[in-house]
Design a protein around this ligand. Sequence first.
Ligand code: NAP
Length: 297
Amino acid sequence: MAARVIDGRVLADQIDRETMSMLSRAAIPGARPSLAVITIGSDAASDSYSRQKEKVASRLNIGYRNIVKDENSEEDEIIAAVDELAADGQVDGVLVHTPMPSRLDERRILDRIPQMKDVDCASTYNRGRLYSGKPLHAPATAQAVVEMLVRSGFSPAGKHVVVLGRSLVVGKPLANLLMMKSAGGDATVTVCHSKTVDVRAFTRRADILVSALGRPSYVTRDMVSPGTVVVDVGINSIPDPSTKSGYRIVGDVDYEGVSEVASAITPVPGGVGPVTTSVLMKNVARAYLSRQDLLHN
Ligand code: NAP
């Protein structure tokens, strides 16, 4: 039987409605939340992420500013830009796109974002809070995975969740969210990475399998046991001469093959991506309400 499709666009709309309702209950004439993003260098992928965020922000009446710095910018220039946003009383959320060029000290830059404005949980302080079970803002992509599972009726509690990937951006924070003693957590988590021997032996024992590798079609049908819920975080661009751009976006999962054995699956595009943006905007709204001292939930 074909897997049930977990539609990220539908869930993103649901989250957006909650954000709008949260903001409308605390409307202040002339004021609105605002997100500022710093992008170092520019390419098709970062432009597309930025446009996506801008579209959702505009729908939610959240101010959005994308500050594009030259890819050869000095580290101190980036730090100065972050500091300016940190001090700006009208900015609620600050995000610096990663990965940054390797000559820059990513940690030093991310750690300049004040905790309440760190809406993607990138700073060491906020990571520490997450790892100690008390996140201030949950990292958007990892939280998006949890939201997709819970909102689709696949609570991770008591389940064996296998996460492929241990990056600081996705795999590691996701494993922590899934282990938390709270709603959306309470899972038994296995994390696999490039040094894991026989990944398939782990994936076949998963109730829920989340792939965050960045490897097109890595997860094949034979790696998945019947009934597994599969969440594909991967966003990979592969050549496709039949498209106008010459490429197309695929996930880490061989969607066609895995759909035949999984009980549910997220598509790419239209899966984790849109939910991530909506979770991020909800975090911005919460930061704004907290600034106004109006955050009650
Ligand atoms: P990353 O920093 O490159 O990390 C990839 C992880 O996968 C690493 O832990 C790596 O292991 C592991 N890995 C790579 N090849 C492997 C293999 N053959 N077998 C087992 N493990 C392997 O990537 P990332 O930033 O976490 O992103 C992962 C994917 O998610 C990318 O496609 C990215 O575009 C996508 N993404 C999507 C969203 C969204 O909103 N949907 C957000 C962020 C990222 P080692 O640690 O041992 O190297």
